[in-house]
Design a protein around this ligand. Structure first.
Ligand code: PPS
Ligand code: MG
Ligand code: MG
Ligand code: MG
Length: 329
């Protein structure tokens, strides 16, 4: 099967990073959090997970570059020495061969520019850091892009119940997909016992369940309310952090994920979407931006030709895209 080794390495790397994140989330203290220059939060777990995943990929595929969200510049500052030493401690607990220098070097393997040539990985070590800090949903998101196309994706969702129909079931789900091979899920505790997943077949948008970001800075909640009203949707949209929203649509827990721009100049990052995109596509879903255009992952570190996201099960795609386009001022 194409990408068999890549998938195996990616699943194991995401599993290990998910363990690190769970351990850190359980007892996070102030010295383990930091605000980046753009004021967004980052934690020991974001850095530790990026170090673990990118060092694992470097060992298995030394010639593959990576586009990662984090870089080591803040960790190298004297004022963040305590944060840095906690990162190394967490990374070492999972991989004893990592030391301070190799942690910094692994994190900085994520500086690739992306683009349309050859292949590269893209990693969001914690997607939904704000959800992680609230003790809620987040995801470790890893994807492989080849000649501008997403060909493989793995989502580690440590707080997502394994059984979509039972919120009290075991927490910790791993979702993955390779282009043309379908989408699968396994418990994070047993990543080799995977089952196929697929989207729902609801064809009446009035019956569709919508999901969106928790953060009003990341999606326009007012506009999504106008869209669901226009479609006659009776169910309140549910809010969840991170690419777990792609997981929810991929497993039929929701029919629609809307991400509606809040700031005109914001460019979506490829690591915020690549893994969720291929999982949902392989589960039978459809994805476009808020103008109905296909997502273009070939343009660098951002989706600079797209605005927002509309991700749905197939039977409601056309009507939801139309309602989103019609809702534009
Ligand atoms: N203005 C704006 N618009 C859209 N998206 C933005 C914006 N600012 C930040 N981000 C990105 O949002 C990522 C988290 O998205 P979520 O949907 O999980 O939101 S949230 O978790 O509810 O906050 C978050 O990813 P992480 O930083 O990995 O958490 C950001 O990359
Ligand atoms: Mg971030
Ligand atoms: Mg993110
Ligand atoms: Mg992140």
């Amino acid at each position: 099967m194409p990408f068999e080794q890549e998938l195996q390495v990616a699943k194991e790397a995401v599993r290990k990073a998910s363990l690190l994140c769970s351990a850190a989330q359980a007892g996070l203290v102030d010295s383990e959090k930091h605000d980046k220059a753009d004021k967004s939060p980052v934690t020991v777990a974001d850095y530790g997970a990026q170090a673990l995943v990118l060092s694992t990929l470097a060992a298995a595929f030394p010639n593959d570059p990576a586009v990662g969200e984090e870089d080591s510049s803040d960790l190298r500052k004297e004022e963040n020495a305590e944060l840095f030493s906690r990162v190394v401690e967490y990374a070492q607990k999972v991989d004893g061969s990592l030391d301070a220098e190799s942690v910094l070097a692994a994190i900085d393997r994520g500086k690739h520019a992306g683009g349309s040539q050859g292949r590269f990985w893209t990693l969001d070590p914690i997607d939904g850091t704000k959800g992680f800090l609230r003790g809620q949903q987040y995801a470790v998101a890893l994807a492989l892009i080849e000649n501008g196309e997403v060909v493989l994706g793995v989502l580690g969702c440590p707080n997502l119940p394994v059984d979509p129909a039972n919120a009290n079931s075991e927490k910790g789900s791993l979702l993955f997909a390779v282009k043309g091979q379908g989408a699968f899920q396994a418990p994070l505790s047993e990543i080799d016992s995977a089952t196929k997943i697929s989207v729902d077949q609801i064809d009446d948008p009035a019956k569709a369940v919508f999901c969106e970001s928790v953060e009003s800075g990341h999606t326009a909640h007012g506009r999504s309310a106008a869209i669901t009203n226009a479609l006659g949707t009776s169910v309140e949209p549910f809010r969840m952090d991170s690419q777990c929203k792609y997981a929810a649509v991929s497993r039929g827990q929701a029919s629609v994920y809307l991400r509606l721009p809040t700031r005109p100049g914001y460019e979506e990052k490829i690591w915020d979407h690549a893994a969720g995109y291929i999982v949902l596509q392989e589960a039978g879903g459809r994805i476009a931006d808020t103008f109905g255009n296909p997502l273009d992952f070939s343009l660098g570190r951002t989706l600079k030709n797209n605005k927002g996201i509309v991700a749905t099960s197939p039977a409601v795609f056309e009507s939801v895209v139309k309602a989103v386009v019609d809702s534009a001022e």
